[in-house]
Design a protein around this ligand. Structure first.
Ligand SMILES: [Zn+2]
Length: 375
């Protein structure tokens, strides 16, 4: 049995070597790796601000031992591209977003959540400065994404015209964004992205394939995990196969929204690819019934898959744009859609079905840590 310290050292060393090798890096005396990409970079090597063996949180390097109970897929803020066109009537409300999320985070903390991964990609207007303020005010560890949403619901037109008009290698073009945001920061915020988020529709389009390729390029360069959005009850197997074929490290891939399907054979088929699966819309009933999730997760735990499952809720705590009162029917349909549903209601429910405390700890704490560290 290795001591915790030795184990931590080994993880940090392994991650450092992996990151360094992938970056073609010569570690400097201070231990800060430099990114060196091709002839261009040889002229002026780019400094990476990543810390070996640490996770990029919005407040800086985070030790994997500090992750604790983790929600792997939530959104502090979100909006579909186009909300900017409504800015006259629905201006960006930083204060409103801050207040709403402070309350949400307090609720999560009541049940011991220590880390929240914000899965909002670039084209759904993530806000690194908001996340920073939230982390500072609450003590919650926050990890944010670099990524792009689906072709149908994201900002594909900008990227597709770049490819069509200028003949750009889109995968490379997009990977440059991901790598820059992971190693140097998002815009001028100084915040480093800690996960790569990609998405595909029911069938992966050529644009989405380019974005997935970009994610693998960035993962190879940085050692950061890839997390995904799948649309509807399919797409997970296709994503896992595609990422694997591109050479992704499957121990650092989490296929999302598998809870859109109640078919346990679909879940098993994705698991066979060696990736993590995320039941990450628990409580979002229009996309899957809680009773089905209870049944499938307890069955998968019995089958020995607790070490490959993540649990989260895909909450959107604040929508950018004009605030509209939702109709009663929608409020009713979303009554379990909240940041503390998993911890308050769902974990006790799966325990009743025989899922053990150790398995819960595995899914909520150990798996996120392993995903980040690539075990
Ligand atoms: Zn999401």
């Amino acid at each position: 049995m290795k001591s915790k310290k030795v184990e931590e050292f080994e993880i940090s060393r392994r991650n450092f070597l992996k990151t360094s090798a992938a970056l073609g890096v010569a570690a400097t005396i201070s231990g800060i790796p430099t990114l060196s990409q091709g002839a261009e970079a040889k002229k002026s090597p780019v400094k990476s601000r990543m810390k070996p063996g640490m996770i990029n949180s919005v407040l800086g390097p985070l030790s994997p031992s500090k992750l604790g109970l983790t929600l792997m897929h939530e959104h502090f803020v979100f909006s579909y591209p186009g909300w900017e066109a409504d800015e006259t009537l629905g201006p960006l409300d930083f204060k409103g977003a801050l207040q709403t999320n402070l309350e949400a985070i307090k609720k999560a903390q009541k049940y011991g959540i220590k880390t929240i991964v914000d899965a909002t990609p670039n084209d759904n207007h993530r806000d690194p400065l908001l996340y920073k303020a939230l982390a500072q005010k609450t003590g919650m560890n926050i990890i944010c994404s670099t990524g792009l949403y689906t072709e149908e619901e994201g900002s594909a037109v900008y990227f597709k015209t770049k490819k069509a008009w200028f003949g750009l290698d889109l995968a490379k073009f997009v990977s440059e964004i991901f790598i820059k945001e992971i190693t140097e920061g998002i815009g001028k915020s100084g915040v480093l992205a800690g996960v790569i988020k990609v998405a595909s529709g029911p069938k992966m389009t050529p644009y989405e394939a380019d974005v997935h390729k970009a994610a693998v390029i960035a993962q190879k360069a940085t050692g950061v995990p890839i997390i995904t959005h799948t649309q509807g009850p399919t797409g997970g197997v296709e994503q896992a196969d595609f990422l694997k074929k591109q050479g992704a490290d499957c121990t650092q891939v989490m296929i999302g929204h598998v809870s859109n399907s109640k078919d346990i054979e679909y879940h098993k088929a994705i698991l066979q690819r060696g990736v993590y699966i995320a039941f990450d819309r628990i409580g979002l009933e229009p996309y899957g019934k809680t009773e089905d999730h209870i049944k499938n997760i307890s069955e998968l735990c019995k089958l020995g898959f607790a070490d490959k499952i993540m649990l989260s809720q895909d909450t959107v705590n604040y929508w950018w744009g004009r605030q509209i009162k939702p109709p009663e029917a929608l409020v009713k349909a979303l009554e379990n859609y909240r940041i503390d549903f998993v911890t308050e209601k769902f974990l006790p429910a799966i325990k009743e079905q025989g899922v053990t405390d150790d398995q819960i700890k595995q899914m909520m704490e150990v798996n996120p840590k392993n995903l980040f560290m690539g075990n």
